[in-house]
Design a protein around this ligand. Structure first.
Ligand SMILES: CSC[C@@H](O)[C@@H](O)C(=O)COP(=O)(O)O
Ligand SMILES: [Zn+2]
Length: 203
């Protein structure tokens, strides 16, 4: 077992415990992955409770989503992870969560516009609250290859995108490391709470 694999697995287990403490990974929702090398990744197996992961809750898969471990089934949404690793060799982690705020906002808005918030600086390349981050919302689908193709085309056209929502479903974001990606999730959840509260005040 490589040191890298056990370190990344530990980081993803800790991320799941943190997200669970926040209520962002209810039931067996959500999935996590981290790049192992140029051709493979570590990903949660399907149906695990992400707040109570242990070493057995992961498997190695290639970047086409094929399990490299017999008897273990990768996340049902593996295609949304592999599309990111194939797009960009600098991406080292993809995290998907199902918080209430992400889900509710995705049901009410066409896109989430983040503007004027200091915490936007949690994202790479964002140096001022005067930036504008657009979080697109894709229709939910059980056809993961089709959804992954839609995400891929959108990111080709909008390469500055830092995350996306799936309607009625949840949030996907990515980063170079598990720590960076966890910071993105935490920043986005803070920002979604701000957007939600502003919408309430504006009523
Ligand atoms: C428990 S419903 C959530 C799932 O349908 C799915 O959206 C999800 O995030 C987890 O799927 P998984 O196959 O465990 O990775
Ligand atoms: Zn999901």
């Amino acid at each position: 077992m490589s040191d890298t694999l056990s370190r990344l697995r530990g980081e993803l287990i800790a991320a799941g415990q943190f997200f669970h403490s926040k209520g962002w990974v209810p039931a067996t929702s959500s999935n996590f992955s981290a790049r192992l090398g140029a051709e493979d990744m570590l990903i949660t197996s399907s149906g695990q409770h992400k707040g109570r992961l242990d070493d057995n809750g992961f498997l190695r898969a290639d970047l086409q989503g094929v399990s490299l471990e017999t008897g273990k089934r990768p996340s049902a949404e593996t295609g949304l992870h592999t599309v990111m690793y194939r797009r960009d060799p600098a991406i080292g982690c993809v995290l998907h969560t199902h918080s209430v705020n992400a889900t509710v906002l995705s049901m009410r808005l066409e896109e989430v516009v983040l503007a004027g918030y200091e915490v936007q600086k949690a994202f790479p390349g964002v140096e001022t609250h005067e930036s504008r981050l657009m979080i697109p919302i894709f229709p939910n689908s059980q056809d993961i290859p089709a959804l992954a193709a839609e995400v891929n085309a959108y990111l080709d056209a909008h390469p500055q995108t830092v995350a996306y929502l799936i309607r009625g479903h949840g949030l996907y974001t990515w980063g170079t490391t598990v720590a960076d990606t966890l910071r993105h999730i935490e920043a986005l959840e803070f920002l979604f709470e701000c957007v939600y509260r502003q919408l309430l005040l504006d009523r």
